[in-house]
Write a protein that binds this ligand. Structure first.
Ligand SMILES: CC(C)(COP(=O)(O)OP(=O)(O)OC[C@H]1O[C@@H](n2cnc3c(N)ncnc32)[C@H](O)[C@@H]1OP(=O)(O)O)[C@@H](O)C(=O)NCCC(=O)NCCS
Length: 261
């Protein structure tokens, strides 16, 4: 039987009839005693956060749940429902919309911060940022926003929580310092604010808490799933059919041969 049992190997879950253990903890001890954010931490990392770590982590998860139907992920969920898809399909559509440019930049932002940290061991912070900025094709993931041009309210609030967490010695603030340095660098470069966006600020928190960059995008997906579910459910109640991206009396700009006058 060993070759069959060894087909899937995991450190996450053990199960026998009448018993379920997640990361070594009996499920009945977790249920009712652990919050959902703590559960995400336990499942993805195999350890349990203390209360202060869990609170900061949960704040990051809360911040990214929704950005309205203008956000392509949410629009995709609502359009899917209007086309007759079920809620799970609508949620999958929303998640599939999250890539390097919309909602998925957190992983790259974390990597950017780690690269700056490595460079900063050799040189001053602003020089390290400039060097890594050149290597990333002069675009910093996690900064800039289509709507929040001066400041993203999520970033301001979360950075204040990070500051409090640093004072309480929950984390050391090294990645927050890098992110603020990047904001300063971009503002100087462009002559206007290119503020930290929700991917950037949650990347700060995930990095401060010791998450691997590869997990950031999945964590964003967990957050945005909540918004996608709420919007898909609401849209299902509206009984509208086959909604496209714009009202039908608007059309696209045709640039090919023989335009209709
Ligand atoms: C989100 C995004 C597409 C908004 O772009 P935008 O609407 O063109 O942004 P703005 O009009 O405010 O910025 C214009 C200028 O700042 C630059 N800029 C914007 N974001 C930048 C960034 N993250 N790094 C470097 N430069 C940036 C633009 O290249 C442009 O420069 P230019 O005037 O020399 O051409 C863009 O900021 C971006 O791609 N950010 C990185 C990816 C990311 O974090 N995505 C998640 C968004 S929630």
């Amino acid at each position: 039987m060993t070759d069959v049992a060894d087909w899937w190997q995991t450190d996450i879950i053990d199960m026998a009839p009448g018993q379920i253990r997640l990361r070594g903890f009996p499920i009945e001890d977790l249920i009712g005693n652990i919050g959902f954010a703590e559960m995400v931490w336990l499942m993805t990392r195999g350890t349990r956060p203390d209360k202060a770590q869990a609170a900061l982590f949960e704040a990051a998860l809360v911040s990214a749940v929704d950005h309205g139907p203008q956000a392509p992920s949410i629009a995709a969920a609502r359009m899917a429902v209007s086309c007759g898809l079920s809620l799970n399909n609508a949620m999958a559509n929303a998640i599939n919309m999250l890539g390097d440019i919309h909602g998925g930049a957190g992983e790259q932002a974390m990597q950017f911060f780690h690269d700056v940290k490595a460079q900063a061991a050799e040189t001053r912070l602003q020089t390290a940022i400039e060097t890594v900025f050149q290597a990333y094709n002069r675009l910093v993931p996690g900064f800039g926003h289509r709507f929040h041009k001066n400041a993203d309210p999520r970033s301001l609030r979360l950075m204040s929580l990070v500051e409090a967490a640093v004072s309480a010695k929950v984390c050391d603030g090294g990645f927050a310092e890098i992110a603020l340095g990047v904001e300063h660098f971009l503002a100087n470069l462009k002559g206007k604010p290119i503020p930290m966006n929700v991917d950037g600020v949650t990347a700060v928190i995930y990095a401060e808490l010791g998450f691997e960059p590869a997990l950031a995008r999945g964590l964003f997906c967990l957050s945005r799933s909540v918004g996608a579910l709420a919007h898909a459910h609401e849209q299902a109640g509206r009984k509208e059919r086959n909604k496209g991206p714009t009202p039908p009396h608007y059309r696209w700009t045709y640039g090919g041969a023989n335009p209709i006058k």
